[in-house]
Write a protein that binds this ligand. Structure first.
Ligand code: BGC
Length: 750
């Protein structure tokens, strides 16, 4: 960039800079120079900038280049991956993590960190669920936006990924996600829309897959009509690494930057297409201009000297991990532990933590805490014993390992058993085939429970696992994947230094077979049909009235909270303001995650019985009451109307459920919401019923029908019979006294 770049507005700079470039230079700008950097144009002083993975830490490669986590990368703080971060239900905390990621990126001169990933967890089998936030679009969007804001507060760009409907790893480079418009808008795009509109990420990464048959990387509807024209996205669209199928079509669709480098092949195709007239040069100018804009933003980043404050970031990783742990069960106040208790720590994960997932997000942590060491720190001297119980890779003499674990547990007051998924069980690149923990681990747990019923289970897993032992042990802590400080954070929670406040951002089902995508995952022959439609996650379990092991939003605390009666009112802008007083009725300070769900009885469209619309994590001192105010945005009440292709808020009396989980509703209040005007075009294809509801055509049609059928019960009965007929067809139907002229008059006047 020339010096003027730093002071001009990006738009001015871009216009001049693009005009300064040759056709070949413009084309070269729109694809990477190598694996991680954009192409420099030295002649006019355009530097190259670097993008690297994340997103729960920085993965700046120091040796070879790859996108599957094989080669080394510089040490960086490994924060809890998205599966852990989202369980905090706390966007402020996510923003702080984002800021720390921004600082680490800036120190390493990285312009864009490739995350967050906010794809919906459609199936618990998706191999990459640990990198995603939730089965719910509001949680995904709110938490995603917060991370983006944090990262970008440091003058570093984020990359919201993978846009869109990339909900599985099987055949991910080709598969077509076949999704109907309502679920696509209301479930799969809603989180992206929220994050784009609230946080304006510098970049959005398009996904590998096709959506309803069209590759995301060359879909003008997705990348331009929806993303830019509807949502107002102002940044750059980058391809996922290797997602480009047809680069020329991509340029026309609004895919600004192809990554990584195509070795000049794509650039040559783009140049040829412009020369032969099949690609408009103005389309190339637009995408090249956006690359210049991104480079300009990166250039304006405030200096970040470093070195990295490893201790401070490790402490933040520990704080976040402590907030991410979800206390699923705590019968008889088993937890927190008392330092004087004799504790048998069982399970190889206590010494070899599983703290992140495999693939492109693999971070090289600056340090790594183990739970066993941290437990020893908390406990009184000589109170902690350890037995591996099993080997993570399933090797060894399982019977002997089990026997040792049982004996260790029998000699202690309490057993804490660390179970989890081996790293090989879940990864980017493939999906899981089941949701079971390894059989040898379950057998080890059985042996321990037989020896010591006072057993606490601590889980480490990126994707949901079935908990067949949920009724057999008094306490369960879901630890997800917690990053480099997960071991010490787990001890913080076990000993009560941190009062748990994590919540389930995804349902733990009883059986995989209960999951809504079951039978439609991962599809076949290049297509996966999203047959469950809107009913993803808890929406499905609630609609079907199915039992779950633990519901969406669930999580316990060492204290207790009581809810007052909620109130709801309409704000001037149409949002619904919900207020509720929450009292900490226990004896220690804690955090409650207050959740607001809405429902509309008798809705004209299909809806889940309850949909999350707002949440708030609040800290409350023992004995104190806090007035919690939550905002349900009017636009979040809208459904996507396929007849008019836009969002519609249906008017009516909405039930506002306020509670501690999707199945622990503490109060309901009704709020009357005015609807959006919905004018359906009156055509010959409109049904009688539709036209009767039309304010213009309705009264005249009533007259015509009165003449044709008379009035009274017989006429009403007739209307029931013919009401669903398109009016045009009724006019040609034998023995119906409605003329074509009357229909024409009606539609002309409608
Ligand atoms: C992943 C992206 C990642 C990129 C670069 C791809 O395989 O899907 O999430 O950012 O590689 O490593």
């Amino acid at each position: 960039m020339t010096d003027t770049t730093l002071t001009d507005t990006p738009a001015d700079t871009d216009a001049r800079a693009v005009a300064d470039l040759t056709l070949e230079e413009k084309a070269s700008l729109t694809s990477g120079a190598d694996f991680w950097t954009t192409t420099a144009i030295e002649r006019v002083g355009v530097p190259s900038v670097m993008m690297t993975d994340g997103p729960h830490g920085l993965r700046k490669q120091s040796g070879g280049n790859d996108h599957v986590g094989l080669a080394d990368s510089v040490p960086a703080t490994c924060f809890p991956p998205a599966v852990g971060l989202s369980a905090t239900f706390d966007p402020e905390l996510a923003e702080r993590v984002g800021a720390a990621l921004g600082v680490e990126s800036a120190i390493e001169d990285v312009a864009v960190i490739l995350g967050p990933g906010i794809n919906i967890k459609r199936s618990p089998l998706c191999g990459r669920n640990f990198e995603y936030m939730s089965e719910d679009p509001i949680v995904s969007g709110v938490m995603g936006a917060a991370l983006v804001r944090g990262i970008q507060s440091q003058g570093v760009g984020a990359s919201l990924k993978h846009f869109a409907a990339n909900n599985q790893e099987t055949d991910r480079l080709r598969v077509s996600s076949d999704v109907d418009p309502r679920p696509l808008r209301e479930i799969y795009l809603r989180g992206f829309q929220r994050a784009v509109q609230d946080a304006q990420p510098w970049t959005v990464m398009c996904s590998y897959n096709r959506i309803n048959g069209v590759y995301a990387s060359e879909d003008p509807w997705l990348l331009t009509s929806v993303l830019r024209d509807e949502w107002g996205f102002e940044g750059l669209v980058v391809s996922d690494w290797g997602a480009v199928n047809d680069r020329v079509a991509g340029v026309a669709a609004g895919l600004d930057l192809e990554m990584p480098s195509s070795g000049g092949i794509s650039d040559a195709r783009v140049v040829a297409a412009v020369r032969e007239g099949s690609l408009d040069e103005s389309a190339l100018d637009l995408v090249a201009g956006r690359v210049l804009d991104l480079v300009g933003k990166a250039q304006r980043r405030p200096a970040q000297a470093g070195p990295l404050d490893v201790d401070a970031h490790h402490a933040l990783a520990r704080e976040v991990a402590g907030r991410a742990l979800v206390l699923l069960k705590n019968e008889g106040g088993m937890l927190p532990l008392n330092p004087a208790q004799k504790v048998a720590v069982i399970g190889a994960f206590a010494t070899t933590p599983r703290f992140q997932g495999a693939g492109s997000s693999l971070i090289n942590p600056t340090r790594l805490d183990t739970a066993l060491e941290a437990i020893v720190e908390y406990a009184d001297e000589d109170t902690v014993s350890f037995a591996a119980g099993f080997r993570i890779d399933g090797s060894g003499d399982a019977t002997a390992l089990r026997a040792e674990a049982a004996a260790t547990a029998a000699a202690a007051d309490v057993a804490v058993v660390f179970l989890g998924l081996p790293a090989a069980a879940e990864s980017e690149g493939f999906d899981r085939e089941h949701i079971d923990l390894p059989a040898d681990q379950l057998a080890a747990l059985d042996a321990v429970v037989a020896a010591s019923p006072r057993t606490v289970v601590v889980l480490s897993n990126g994707g949901v696992v079935a908990l067949p032992f949920a009724g057999d042990v008094p306490a369960i802590v879901e630890g997800w994947l917690l990053g480099q400080a997960g071991g010490s954070a787990t001890a913080d929670v076990l000993y009560g230094a941190v009062n748990p406040s994590g919540r389930l951002a995804e349902t733990i089902p009883v059986r995989l077979e209960d999951n809504p995508s079951y039978g439609n995952f991962p599809g076949e022959n290049g297509h996966v049909r999203y047959g469950e439609g809107l009913f993803v996650g808890y929406r499905w379990y609630d609609e079907r009235g199915l039992d779950v092991t633990y519901p969406f939003g669930h999580g316990l605390s060492y204290t207790s909270f009581e809810y007052g009666r909620p109130t709801a009112s309409l704000a001037a802008n149409g949002d619904v303001l919900v207020r509720v007083a929450v009292t900490n009725t226990g004896s220690r300070a804690g955090r409650e995650v207050v959740q607001v769900y809405t429902a509309l009885e008798g809705s004209s469209v299909q809806r889940a019985p309850r949909e999350l619309k707002a949440f708030e994590s609040v800290a409350i001192e023992a004995g104190q009451t806090r007035e919690v105010e939550l905002t349900v945005r009017r636009e979040d009440l809208a459904y996507w109307d396929i007849r008019v292709d836009r969002w519609i808020v249906e008017g009516g009396a909405y039930d506002v459920h306020v509670g501690a989980s999707s199945r622990d509703i503490r109060g309901v209040v009704v709020v009357e919401v005015p609807g959006d005007e919905l004018v359906l075009p009156a055509t010959a294809d409109s049904s009688i019923f539709e036209l009767l509801a039309d304010t213009t055509a309705g009264p005249r049609l009533r007259e015509i029908l009165g003449q044709a059928f008379g009035v009274g019960d017989a006429a009403d009965g007739m209307l029931q019979l013919v009401g669903s007929f398109p009016i045009g067809r009724l006019a040609t139907f034998p023995n119906v006294a409605i003329t074509r002229e009357q229909v024409q008059e009606l539609l002309g006047g409608a």
